[in-house]
Structures are given as structure tokens and as C-alpha cells.
Design a protein. Structure first.
Length: 277
């Protein structure tokens, strides 16, 4: 490989991404061996998915040739995959609780004229929205009582003791280092990375929207102003996207068969640190 070989650039990018994952893993007490096993299994899952999408026969030998991983490790992985298929990599989806809070904090049907989440009663009613109605719109398989109890326990919803409930957070922010915060990492960063990898080789007309601004020489005061401004404008953008999707939300889950089959994740992020000197 030469210095201009895209493989060199891809490996450099992979090291940059893996550095962040390794940093977080070490902070959580994960060893190199654990992270290495995760990378090996992810490589096998990627090869398996590629073979599956093309209809190619999936064998230990084929996976060995594609990945260079020892056949013994491949046999172990394939057995584990057969024994517990739910543990293999799957398309990331938000938990019902996350979807409920996101809809509550962004859908205009559940917002006041000022844009604040409404206080909701539990039971459905004819003169306004309710928590039960909100959960029904997420999907019929979700139980409103279970979701509500979980959100109250997590401190995200406040029981006003009069049969109504108030959202305690404008956005779904799980507790630091919790299982849910790690699931958010997988879902949000996973889809962003999928879009970025897709854009590397996709024709221009098939690339996903992906833009960012960068400035490496700003004062702390300016950064604070930018952060606050983005919080407002980004929430407005997400609410617009929620409005566009509102007519179909929940219809495919209800089994109408007229819509569904496509999933979309739109995210906005902000990051700051000390500039390189």
C-alpha cells in the first residue's frame, strides 16, 4: 500500500475512531482482550452480512479468506451466533422510553404554544392528548404503565399526584455510564458512522446529507453563545422533521401495511475541547 492508497487513509480513520472507543472502554474497566474480541466479532458479523446480502454461501473457510481470522475463532463465533442470535449486531433502534420522551418533547401535539412539553393525564380523553395516547402512537406492543413507571424511576417524568405527569427533561438524557447511555452511543453514533461509510463510495446523488462546521480558534464566550444558539435551532429543526413524519408515525406498527419499511435518524451534535497549540 502506498501513502496515496485509500486503504492507508481508511486505517488512519479507523484508528482515530477506535481510539475514542478504546478510551471509553478503558474508563469503564474493559481490557484490551475484551475490546479485541469485540472488534473480531464485529469483523465477522460484517463479513457475514456482506455474504448474506449477495447470496454467497457462508462457510468457515469463506469467512477465513475474507477476514484472515483463524478458523477456530470463526467456528466459535458461528456457534455463539446460532445459540444466541439476538446477541449479534442488529440495526440500532431507540428504546420505547426514548421514543416516548423524544415524541413528547418534539411533537407539536404534545407541546404548548411556547414549545414546552404539556402536562399529560394518563388515560385517554377526547379533549386533549394523554400519556396513553402518546405511547399508543409509538407502537401497540408498548405498555403505557410500564413505560411511565420506568420514566418516573429514572427521574425523567414527575408524578404531580393529581393524575397528571410532567416531563422533567426537554430531551432524553440518560444517566452517565448507564446501559441506556451506551445504547444511545450505539444507535446515534452507529447510524452516523453508517452514513459516513456509505458516503465514501456512494454516487453523489445517493449520498446522505452530512455537514459540519469547524473553527479551532474561538474564545470560551463565543463557544458558549454558539452552544446555546444551536440548542434552540437544532430543537426547532428536529421538531420540523417530527411534523413531517407525524402522519405516518405508528401506522406501520399498527399493521396497516400502507406505510413503513423505512427508518430514519436525524441528529445534531456539538463538541468542544482545547485547541491544539
Amino acid at each position: 500500500m502506498t501513502e496515496t492508497d485509500p486503504k492507508i487513509a481508511y486505517l488512519a480513520a479507523a484508528r482515530r475512531l477506535m481510539h475514542e472507543l478504546a478510551d471509553g472502554g478503558l474508563r469503564m474497566g474493559l481490557s484490551h482482550g475484551m475490546l479485541e474480541t469485540a472488534l473480531r466479532d464485529a469483523t465477522l458479523e460484517a463479513a457475514f452480512t456482506q455474504f448474506e446480502s449477495t447470496g454467497a454461501k457462508i462457510t468457515t473457510s469463506a469467512l477465513h479468506v475474507a477476514t484472515g481470522i483463524h478458523r477456530r475463532e470463526i467456528s466459535r463465533w458461528m456457534k455463539e451466533r446460532e445459540d444466541a442470535p439476538e446477541q449479534t449486531v442488529r440495526t440500532p433502534n431507540d428504546s420505547p422510553s426514548a421514543r416516548v420522551v423524544t415524541r413528547w418533547s418534539t411533537n407539536r401535539s404534545y407541546l404548548s404554544k411556547e414549545g414546552a412539553p404539556l402536562v399529560l393525564p394518563m388515560a385517554k380523553r377526547s379533549d386533549g392528548p394523554s400519556f396513553a395516547q402518546l405511547v399508543d402512537e409509538i407502537g401497540p406492543e408498548v405498555r403505557a404503565k410500564s413505560v411511565l413507571e420506568g420514566l418516573i424511576a429514572a427521574g425523567l417524568v414527575e408524578d404531580l399526584q393529581d393524575g397528571t405527569y410532567r416531563l422533567a427533561a426537554g430531551a432524553y438524557l440518560p444517566e452517565s455510564n448507564s446501559t441506556e447511555s451506551i445504547e444511545f452511543l450505539s444507535a446515534n453514533v452507529g447510524d452516523h458512522l453508517s452514513a459516513a461509510v456509505h458516503n465514501i463510495s456512494a454516487p453523489a446523488e445517493e449520498r446522505f446529507f452530512e455537514r459540519a462546521m469547524f473553527n479551532g480558534d474561538l474564545s470560551p464566550q463565543t463557544v458558549t453563545v454558539m452552544r446555546e444558539a444551536l440548542s434552540v435551532s437544532a430543537m426547532n429543526l428536529l421538531r420540523e422533521m417530527v411534523d413531517l413524519s407525524a402522519p405516518e408515525t405508528g401506522q406501520s406498527a399498527g399493521g396497516s401495511g400502507d406505510v413503513g419499511g423505512q427508518r430514519v435518524r436525524i441528529g445534531v451534535y456539538f463538541y468542544q475541547d482545547e485547541a491544539d497549540t
